[in-house]
Design a protein around this ligand. Structure first.
Ligand SMILES: *Cc1c(COP(=O)(O)O)cnc(C)c1O
Length: 429
């Protein structure tokens, strides 16, 4: 496999970009080797600067659910660019996307668009504090909620990949109101509630995706919501990753819960920077200009991004790929398990809708500490062999793989072959 041009760009990138990347998850630190530089992508495929073509299971960490450059999305954004790029005033498309999003979430009357998942979360936390007049937030180990100070502790995603407990530069005061609980462990939540009066909200990913895929067990979400209700605590569902991923709407609905505040991002922008937070009227009316909780954004509701979001969600609704996602993901899961067995490599596979990944461990993965038992060296070998066999994966054991509706039968066969070859390689370590 040729990587000469990527290597060259990486060296050039190091001069003025930190680690030659603009987000640490794009570094290949935990799999060894240097990042591949991408030239272009179309449909289910992505092509690097050395003209290697891969089936893309990164999908920009989720947003490109229709595959790259879907015709309808391309048409919509091209049309939008002809009208202007940003106005600092309201447009019709903001109303249109707001309706699509609110209609898809039963508990959401109003929504505010922002520019990233991080912004959605930090605004939602501020809103929960404003609404409850309380300060403390419970988060779960291994959940990632973007890079706001208060939630950068025991976080998944890049911090898990780089084995960082938290971030430097976050003052103690910024995390003194953050309480850490364990995923799938209600007792760990109850304990905080018993010991603290001042809890405004519990925030979580309804399905963990940033410690690898971790699924809520045994009515965990339902009971968590009951616990919140009984104690005047708001439940914030961070659906930045899961929103529109496993159904048209939120994963919370699949688990029979309705969060008080929902955070969105990724898919709703279809590849453009869009985040959102929404809730029932009574809560959203706290937000300025209706209420006293302030949050603003120069580029929020950007017209090109709105056009992309509308086209992406409309096409998604039309395609309704979710049943097929389950079939394809289940196929990938069984080929992982089959090859694991064949070559005697211990692994478990967690899957939820179109989010899936293997952990190189033999014990069930139900929380951050069980996820961390994975053998990341094995993942590194697996990762590179997948790359050599034409499948682009996130360069970390602790990131979910995503499916797009652009995957063809032959793509899936190719993925299955790559999996077999890559697990074989792991068995030879
Ligand atoms: C990606 C992600 C975020 C952060 O979104 P950005 O757009 O990267 O700021 C927050 N929460 C979850 C669950 C995510 O997956």
């Amino acid at each position: 496999m040729k990587t000469k041009k990527s290597e060259k760009l990486y060296q050039q990138g190091l001069e003025h970009l930190v680690g030659a990347v603009n987000s640490p998850v794009r570094a290949f630190a935990s799999v060894g080797g240097n990042p591949l530089f991408i030239d272009k992508a179309k449909g289910s495929k992505i092509t690097d600067v050395d003209a290697n073509e891969y089936i893309d299971l990164v999908l920009s960490y989720g947003p490109m659910i229709l595959g790259h450059r879907h015709k309808k999305v391309q048409k919509a954004i091209t049309k939008a660019t002809k009208k202007g790029y940003s106005f600092g005033a309201s447009t019709k498309d903001e109303i249109k996307l707001a309706k699509i999003v609110c209609d898809a979430f039963p508990g959401m009357d109003k929504v505010r668009f922002v520019n990233s998942g991080t912004e959605a979360v930090l605004s939602a936390v501020r809103l929960a504090r404003a609404y409850t007049s309380k300060s403390k937030i419970i988060k779960f180990s291994g959940c990632y909620h973007g890079h706001m100070d208060a939630l950068l502790v025991a976080a998944g995603s890049g911090l898990a990949t780089l084995s960082l407990p938290g971030s430097k530069g976050v003052p103690d005061e910024a995390v003194k109101n953050t309480l850490i609980a364990e995923y799938n462990n209600l007792d760990s939540v109850q304990k905080h509630i018993d010991e603290n009066k001042d809890i405004a909200a519990v925030i979580l990913e309804p399905v963990g995706g940033n410690m690898g895929v971790v699924i809520p067990q045994d009515d965990f979400l339902v009971k968590l919501k009951e616990l919140c209700n009984a104690n005047g605590i708001l439940l914030i569902a961070d659906e930045v990753m899961t929103g529109f991923r496993s159904k048209f709407g939120g994963a919370q609905e699949l688990f029979n819960v309705e969060a008080d505040i929902t955070c969105l991002g990724k898919v709703i922008g279809g590849g453009f920077p869009v985040g959102a937070y929404g809730a029932r009227n009574e809560i959203m009316e706290m937000v300025a200009p209706l209420g006293g909780m302030y949050q603003a954004g120069t580029l929020s509701g950007n017209p090109i991004a709105m056009a992309s979001g509308i086209a992406t969600l409309s096409e998604l609704k039309k395609q309704d790929p979710y049943a097929n996602f389950n079939v394809v993901a289940e196929k990938i899961k069984s080929s992982l398990l089959k090859s694991g067995k064949k070559y005697n490599v211990d692994l478990v596979v967690n899957r939820f809708g179109s989010m899936i990944n293997p952990f190189f461990t033999k014990d069930e993965v139900t929380d951050f500490s069980s996820a961390q038992k994975s053998d990341t060296d094995k993942f590194g070998v697996f990762f590179w062999e997948m790359i050599k066999n034409g499948v682009f994966l996130p360069p970390s054991q602790f990131e979910a793989w995503f499916l797009s509706s652009a995957l063809s039968e032959s793509d899936i066969e190719k993925i299955e072959k790559a999996i077999d070859a890559s697990i074989k390689k792991v068995s030879e370590m």
